[in-house]
Ligand binder design. Structure first.
Ligand SMILES: Nc1nc2c(ncn2[C@@H]2O[C@H](COP(=O)(O)OP(=O)(O)OP(=O)(O)O)[C@@H](O)[C@H]2O)c(=O)[nH]1
Length: 369
């Protein structure tokens, strides 16, 4: 399974910086060969000078990237790419700014041949620091794009004040507490923080403390933003099981810094339309019950489940079961073994609209071994 080609879906509202990011990927010397699929809507900013044989549907960039424009059917394009397997290591798809990214992401799992060959690596959402707050109010697509994301690039931070930046980050967290959040100017994120995310982002599930959304004090603004002044450590005693050191500084220059570091008075919001259900369980899970439950849940409530993902500890299984889904399309497999220094804990996250939280929790509880 691991040799399936990773697919990165780049999404984001009109003008957020998708093409800017794509241009960086296409021009940077990164030693990887990407097949890039862009749709022809809106302004495609790929500089024609960079393109060899630009009138072809599939063309090659000077850093080895293969580029195609979706003029026809996405499946047909992907099938064309699959015939060129071996010529590239990964696929990047840029979606149009107005589109719901789900159908694009799903395309990679519905067609049997494509599914065998490709896996969704991450949904990367570009967000415009200046305009996102407005779009969250008036554009459901913009909110969906945030909710879907595994990685959010908060771009155009040069156009806002530090206070505005904190506000927009808090709003993003209200919609999607689990995505990796990177600040950027002209999409200047390290590509390693955006591409080839699979293992990394899944390992990171639940690492961001959902507790920072705990509501302490209401202010009654029109969209019920809840804000509070939060000292990140004050709720937890010495018995606390939380890991307070999630800062992942590794190689990520623009990594979102800890709440402590860049904010002493962190605002927290619960978004009204989008909910997150996060479940963590310390014991074993019975695969015979878990897999059918997850399938049924996503088949039935798929339209409302924008995104789900999880790492599961199955009984008598040394490997971690890792799954993710977009609406009713699910993808899961047994991956690496649990390490000796690692607790066998199952973690699941569902992000969506009108989620039936109690039912999801009860359903999961019945799969516990
Ligand atoms: N000030 C500022 N401008 C930026 C930044 N990033 C991109 N831009 C500009 O914003 C405009 C839109 O950027 P694009 O990359 O084309 O955005 P897009 O998401 O591809 O836009 P659509 O294709 O219309 O959906 C361009 O003029 C960019 O040069 C940034 O960080 N700061």
């Amino acid at each position: 399974m691991t040799d399936r080609i990773p697919v990165t879906v780049i999404t984001g509202y009109l003008g957020a910086g998708k093409t800017t990011l794509l241009n960086r990927i296409l021009t940077e010397q990164h030693g990887r060969r990407y097949a890039v699929i862009v749709n022809e809507f809106g302004e495609i900013g790929i500089d024609n000078d960079l393109v060899v044989g630009a009138d072809e549907e599939i063309f090659e960039m000077n850093n080895g990237c293969i580029c195609c424009t979706v003029r026809g059917d996405l499946i047909r394009i992907i099938e064309g790419l699959m015939r060129r397997r071996g010529k590239f290591d990964a696929i990047i798809v840029e979606t149009t700014g107005l589109a719901d990214p789900a159908p694009v992401a799903q395309t990679f799992f519905v067609d049997a041949d494509v599914k065998d060959a490709a896996r969704l690596d991450a949904v990367v959402t570009l967000a415009d620091a200046k305009w996102l707050l407005d779009r969250l109010k008036d554009a459901p697509e913009a909110k969906n794009q945030i909710a879907f994301a595994d990685v959010i690039v908060l771009n155009k931070t040069d156009l806002v004040t530090p206070e505005e930046l904190e506000e927009v980050e808090a709003r993003i967290r209200g919609v999607n507490p689990y995505a990796r959040l990177l600040r950027a100017v002209k999409a200047d994120v390290p590509l390693s923080a955006v591409l080839d995310q699979n293992a990394f982002e899944l390992d990171r599930i639940l690492e961001i403390e959902p507790n920072f959304l705990v509501v302490e004090e209401h202010d009654h603004d029109h969209d019920h933003g809840h804000r509070h002044h939060h000292d990140h450590d004050h709720e937890c005693g010495p018995e606390c099981g939380h890991d307070h050191h999630h800062h992942d500084h590794e190689d990520h220059g623009h990594e979102e810094h800890s709440h402590k570091e860049h904010s002493h008075a962190l605002k927290a919001y619960h978004d009204e339309d989008i909910q997150t259900v996060a479940i963590e369980h310390g014991g074993e899970v019975d695969p015979e019950r878990f897999v059918p439950w997850l399938n049924e849940l996503t088949q039935r409530d798929g339209p409302d489940i924008l995104r789900c993902k999880g790492i599961i500890a199955f009984t008598n299984e040394p490997r971690r079961f890792v799954f993710q889904g977009v609406h009713m399309i699910l993808d899961g497999d047994l991956q690496r073994e649990w390490r000796a220094d690692e607790k066998r804990r199952s973690k699941l996250v569902f992000i969506g609209r009108k989620l039936k939280e109690a039912e999801i929790r009860e359903g999961f509880a019945r799969t516990v071994a």
